[in-house]
Design a protein around this ligand. Structure first.
Ligand code: GTP
Ligand code: NA
Ligand code: MG
Length: 440
């Protein structure tokens, strides 16, 4: 019945550790942030909220039910400096966005980068000024709207809060944006809403959702009409499940996808095509529902007939007749943009975003890269570098990848060093230490 409108995609952007995942956790009612390795979001995560849950979370009664969208699709992004590519991807996908700023820290480099992305893609957004529980004179309270919070706090707290908000408003002004506390705005078409929140104490989340609904409402009038045709999406996660085959968790952002369709994807060996064996969407709780056809925007799980080495973070495009058009687009979007040197380290990572992330950090430390590619560490990787003579070429760095048994075996009889891990900082540190040791 809502087929003519698709779910708005809500992207959450902001500086590292300002609380993006925590805010989404409150919305979703889970606690992913605590489980992430190193506490840093390293991939884009996506989840859907249906309107019923949304209204419950935003504590909205009558009046708001004029919002005739099937739900909202939230996309988390990493705030770490090196994940520009993934932030931009998220920004490009977003219909509306939440920019998260730690109210005590204020603007940071990735806050600015996020603003530039939102401006570049002309994405309407609200600002969540997070961690208001850390403002001096805070009187402990949980699970409350921002409106109600103020009445529970001392004047000193409300003054300290206003001081920080004033600083934020001034900062936004420097970037050419007019903002204000959401309950002081009279014309929402001219001023961007700042909602003070605390993810930790679940404060202000309902107010933020309400502002988001308002944004979606204004936006809805023109922009989120469902666009038919070729299904287009971004692959977020790739899993090889014995019983099912190859599954791709994907954000379908345009068109539709049917069981039996041919899907063009990006693999380590270039573009490839496989048949869609099954499509799942998330049902109530953790259950998956099988669908014969899905319409954008949706977070979907696609099961492909072939066990291809699909690259997470890359595009997936349904093919109607001609594969060339889809392949061209796949090629264009999957290019690895990392400067390589004749002599340097070998980098392997599980996705485009993480490969770019670790390469960016290595280049910041003036460590040249000889080869950067996606996938586990193979025997071939070991034999490739064992013929090389300079020091740097003797190390392989694996970020979020496995070292395959044959590679392990080959490494035993070679002088190749391998460092693997899932936290960038520690991997870079280990690499620097190894290089230092070799130079001495
Ligand atoms: P990246 O994904 O790494 O960019 O970080 P993020 O923006 O998703 O931040 P995350 O949700 O991981 O939170 C970072 C840290 O801040 C965690 O230790 C959280 O517990 C903490 N935090 C988040 N929100 C709040 C808040 O409202 N108050 C307080 N006191 N701490 C918070
Ligand atoms: Na974090
Ligand atoms: Mg996060």
């Amino acid at each position: 019945m809502y087929k003519s409108l698709r779910q708005p995609i809500v992207c959450v952007l902001g500086h590292v550790d300002h609380g993006k995942t925590s805010i989404l956790d409150v919305i979703r009612g889970t606690s992913v942030a605590k489980k992430e390795v190193g506490g840093i979001t390293q991939k884009i995560g996506a989840f859907e909220v249906d309107m019923e849950s949304f209204y419950r979370a935003s504590r909205t009664e009558i009046g708001m039910n004029k919002l005739k969208i099937p739900g909202l699709l939230f996309i988390d992004t990493p705030g770490h400096v090196a994940f520009s590519n993934m932030r931009a991807r998220g920004g490009a996908l977003a219909d509306i966005a939440i920019l998260v700023v730690d109210i005590n820290e204020g603007f940071k480099p990735q806050t600015v980068e996020s603003i530039e992305i939102l401006k570049r893609f002309k994405t309407p957004f609200i600002v969540a000024a997070n961690k208001i529980d850390l403002i001096p004179f805070f009187t402990n309270i949980k699970n409350i709207s921002f409106r109600d919070l103020q009445k529970t706090q001392r004047n000193e707290y409300n003054e300290e809060l206003d001081k920080r908000l004033y600083n934020l408003v001034n900062k936004f002004y420097e970037f050419g944006l007019s903002t204000d506390r959401y309950d002081r705005i009279t014309d929402f078409s001219k001023t961007i809403a700042i909602v003070p929140v605390s993810a930790k104490m679940a404060i202000g989340i309902s107010d933020a959702l309400l502002m988001l609904a308002g944004l979606a409402q204004r936006f809805l009038e023109r922009n989120i009409e469902y666009v038919g045709g070729l299904g287009k999406g971004t692959v977020i996660e790739v899993k090889k499940e014995e019983s099912l085959g190859l599954t791709l968790d994907t954000v379908l952002y345009q068109g539709s996808l049917k069981k039996g369709d041919r899907l063009a994807v990006s693999t380590r060996n270039g573009p490839a095509v496989s048949k869609v064996k099954a499509i799942f969407v998330s049902g109530k709780g953790k259950k998956l529902l099988e669908k014969s056809e899905v319409f954008s925007a949706q977070g979907i799980r696609v099961v492909l007939a072939d066990k291809l080495e699909v690259i997470p973070g890359s595009p997936a495009i349904a093919i109607v007749n001609d594969t060339r058009e889809a392949f061209d687009e796949i090629m264009k979007e999957s290019q690895i943009n990392i400067p390589l040197s004749l002599n340097g380290v070998t980098v392997k990572a599980e996705a485009l975003g993480s490969l770019e992330a670790i390469s960016y950090e290595l280049s910041k430390k003036d460590i040249p890269i000889r080869s950067a590619s996606i996938g586990d560490i193979t025997r071939r990787d070991i034999t490739d570098v064992s013929t090389l003579n300079d020091i740097l070429s003797k190390i392989i760095i694996g970020f979020n990848v496995e070292m395959l048994p044959e590679a392990r075996e080959a490494a035993l009889t070679s002088d190749t060093a391998v460092e693997t891990g899932s936290v960038i900082y520690s991997l870079i540190e280990a690499t620097e230490k190894w290089i230092q040791g070799k130079k001495e």
